[in-house]
Design a binder for this molecule. Structure first.
Ligand SMILES: Nc1ncnc2c1ncn2[C@@H]1O[C@H](COP(=O)(O)OP(=O)(O)O)[C@@H](O)[C@H]1O
Ligand SMILES: Cc1ncc(COP(=O)(O)OP(=O)(O)O)c(N)n1
Length: 300
């Protein structure tokens, strides 16, 4: 029996970012913003802030799997997202679970390198992802650099090359591919003459290729966009949205998050995107719903 008010559950299998901008922290904040209960299996602890990744400590594969099993059997998530997996043993084990159909609505963000340039995946992870996990994913969300590493080619220099990447990755066996974060200048003659950069995400499925484009939001507070995008897809799938709508909703969510964080200052480096609601305030701004000592207050 479903009790009223019970939220859908999504599981994120990812690394912790002590700065709270990416990884597990971004995923949980995204799930909460979408009204989804987030459960976690932590794969690595990173010492990280807005200036970069300073240390990485991997969690043993059996501890990762124990977390996954506990959540799958008790909380029964309806969508699963993977982020930084770190080691090929973890990738292979999750691939085996996915092959057995135990990871529903699987969104794989193949995290390999942070934007600050730190390697977040050990030797053999790329081959394991290609062979064991990506073929079982419902959707994978590499950025253009990750797509290039997975395919063994150069990052794309044009939208056509980004689209070719998406099509090539689909051949690994997943149901859908979103290659994110193309950044290509719009030609001066097109669309009214402005020459600003377009951010493009290319979606490939068996039905064909679709380009989602929008102007680049001008901000240096963009830490965690990839994690936020992938977890927003998983969160939306968990609420019952179909894949196309989930990808659209995730794009809107990231763009709103970037708009909200564009002018704030958190840390000394690339600040996180904002997962806070439109008001960006917490409950202490609300009138006190449970005032203490009301019964003992005397008229003065
Ligand atoms: N400056 C920006 N303006 C608009 N959209 C952006 C910007 N930066 C990232 N995005 C969007 O954020 C999402 C995540 O993509 P990306 O930044 O490529 O991930 P990653 O963090 O893995 O590199 C995509 O939808 C991408 O288009
Ligand atoms: C623990 C952890 N996981 C993933 C990332 C990468 O985050 P992502 O949102 O893909 O991108 P950047 O913020 O690096 O642009 C991370 N840094 N840490």
């Amino acid at each position: 029996m479903t009790r009223s008010g019970t939220p859908p559950v999504a599981l994120t299998i990812a690394g912790s970012d002590s700065g709270g901008g990416a990884g597990i922290q971004a995923d949980l904040a995204t799930f909460a913003a979408l009204g989804v209960h987030g459960a976690t299996a932590i794969t690595a602890v990173t010492v990280q802030d807005t200036t970069g990744v300073h240390q990485v400590h991997h969690v043993p594969v059996e501890v990762v799997l124990a977390q996954v099993h506990a959540v799958l059997t008790d909380l029964r998530p309806t969508a699963v997202k993977t982020g930084m997996l770190g080691e090929s043993g973890i990738v292979r084990s999750l691939g085996a679970l996915a092959a057995d159909g135990l990871l529903p609505q699987l969104v794989v963000d193949p995290v390999l390198v942070s934007t600050s340039g730190h390697r977040l995946a050990g030797r053999g992870v790329v081959a394991s992802l290609r062979e064991h996990l990506l073929p079982h994913a419902d959707v994978i969300t590499p950025n253009t650099n990750e797509a290039a590493v997975l395919l063994g080619c150069h990052p794309p220099a044009s939208l056509e090359e980004q689209s070719a990447q998406a099509r090539a990755l689909l051949e690994l066996g997943c149901t859908a591919v979103v290659v994110t974060g193309g950044a290509f200048a719009r030609s001066p003659g097109s669309h009214g003459g402005s020459n600003h950069v377009q951010r493009t995400d290319v979606v490939a499925t068996a039905r064909g290729v679709r380009v989602l484009a929008g102007h680049e939001i001008d901000t240096s507070n963009d830490h965690g966009t990839g994690c936020t995008f992938a977890s927003a897809i998983a969160g939306s799938l968990a609420t019952g949205r179909p894949l196309d709508a989930a990808v659209q909703a995730a794009r809107s969510f990231v763009r709103q998050s970037l708009q909200r964080s564009a002018s704030w200052q958190l840390g000394r480096g690339r600040g996180p995107v904002s997962h806070l609601g439109p008001r960006g305030r917490c409950e202490r701004d609300e009138p006190d719903l449970h005032p203490r000592n009301t019964r003992t207050q005397q008229p003065t």
